[in-house]
Design a protein around this ligand. Structure first.
Ligand SMILES: Cc1ncc(COP(=O)(O)O)c(C=O)c1O
Length: 419
């Protein structure tokens, strides 16, 4: 029996579009957006949710998010340009990044993005100059480094005290930043942002960081008479990749965060701020699979059996980058008993290009199709042309119907910028 993904036979998809192939379910993405609306936006007043586009940002994805009414977090001129190209409402865009260029900031300010999250004082000064030049008032949040260890892989942990991201909680630095912003008639400092890390399976880090920020809000009020109107608690909510982890409901995170902010602001006599969340992977991660064709199989007594696939670290750099774990199955043998252990080897000239170690499968042979699950986030968006492998196509499924949303890159397209 063939593996069916959201009502569509994956073997049929591989034949129709070729492999490697990213396949995503719009039904799944909409389900997650609806959950956010029901259990966060409609449940609590004065809330806002943005999708973190770095997980998967394409024109189609921006259209889906716009239709669902959520906002969008972008981290570069390229992501912003993609959103603007499909008329994503710019007031619902939040612009992040630790080193935004003058061109990127100009694009953002010219297009009236809703909020810029300022990462450091030097960027703040540049935004003030630019806003003055354009005679505009730019709404900003300060990204704060809360000093919380999120116990995730160090490459996706962002909230610790020595992180490259954010303004330090050191009073001298933070107060200087607040004073510069509030002294400028071209800046509307609405509040603070933090993002503690990604793929978090419990709410400890969010709650620790929220507690720290509530104290900061109180001190800023007492010492500088600064009122925090907005608090953005970031994304990072974990999903299911392999058996060892699970996606929790959004309310597991948001109920606890909202409760803490409500009681905290009440106890400290502070105004309840607008609360923003910005999940990326939680919305798209499990919406996607990647289909590969198995090629050469190598085995020797007492050694690993390697099954080579026609993709690897260029279409999914996460295992090589931070030892990410994935589950997979053989699409054309989905109901056959598993009796073999193979290691899935990518086709790049790197020993580290191993997608999955020791995967249990039915007996595999050349031409079988491998489906890797939960590749909707940080796969297409991280894809590259290493070893000059073309970037795969992306197919979207909705109500059992498939459509192409990103065409497969050709060899010609790969070299057409080269002189
Ligand atoms: C500032 C910020 N917000 C949101 C996210 C989204 O994280 P995730 O996809 O884990 O929800 C990230 C991820 O790096 C981030 O840096």
């Amino acid at each position: 029996m063939n593996y069916n993904f959201y009502g569509v036979d994956t073997v049929y998809l591989a034949k129709k579009y070729g492999t490697p192939l990213y396949v995503m379910s719009e039904d799944y993405i909409i389900e997650r957006c609806e959950e956010i609306k029901k259990d966060f936006l409609n449940k609590y007043e004065n809330t806002f949710a943005v999708y973190a586009g770095k997980a998967f940002n394409t024109k189609t994805m921006c259209r889906i998010i716009a239709k669902e009414g959520l906002g969008l977090d972008v981290v570069s001129g390229g992501e912003l340009f993609t959103a603007l190209s499909v008329n994503f409402p710019s007031q619902k865009i939040i612009f992040h990044g630790n080193n935004k260029s003058l061109d990127e900031l100009t694009l953002a300010i010219d297009n009236n993005v809703g909020r810029i999250v300022v990462d450091n004082i030097s960027e703040l000064e540049q935004i003030i100059e630019l806003s003055k030049l354009k005679s505009k008032i730019t709404k900003i949040l300060f990204r704060i480094t809360p000093g919380v260890d999120s116990h995730t892989h160090s490459y996706i942990s962002t909230g610790d005290i020595n992180s490259k991201f954010g303004i330090s909680l050191n009073e001298e630095i933070l107060y200087k930043a607040i004073k510069i912003a509030t002294d400028s008639e071209f800046i509307n400092l609405a509040g603070f942002h933090f993002h503690v890390g990604s793929q978090l399976d419990n709410n400890d880090s969010h709650l620790k960081a929220t507690t720290i920020l509530l104290n900061t809000m109180q001190k800023a009020k007492n010492d500088l008479n600064f009122t925090t109107k907005e608090l953005n608690v970031g994304g990072g909510f974990g999903i299911k990749y392999a058996d060892s982890n699970n996606r929790k409901n959004i309310s597991y995170f948001t109920d606890a965060i909202m409760e803490l902010i409500k009681t905290g602001t009440n106890d400290k006599n502070l105004d309840m701020p607008l609360v923003i969340i910005e999940p990326g992977r939680w919305i798209v991660g499990e919406s996607g699979i990647t289909i590969y064709e198995i090629g050469n199989i190598k085995n020797a007594p007492g050694l690993s059996t390697y099954a080579g696939i026609n993709g690897g670290m260029p279409d999914n750099p996460r295992p090589a980058l931070y030892q990410a774990k994935y589950e997979a199955l053989i699409a054309n043998k989905s109901n056959i008993e598993k009796n073999e252990i193979v290691t899935i080897a990518g086709k790049c000239c790197e020993s580290g290009d191993i997608l999955i170690k020791d995967l249990e499968v039915p007996q595999v042979k050349k031409g079988d199709l491998l489906v890797v699950k939960s590749t909707g986030a940080y796969n297409y968006s991280m894809s590259n042309n290493y070893n000059k492998l073309p970037i795969p196509a992306v197919v979207m499924i909705k109500n059992g119907e498939d459509r192409i949303i990103v065409k497969r890159q050709s060899y010609e397209e790969m070299i057409n910028r080269e002189i």
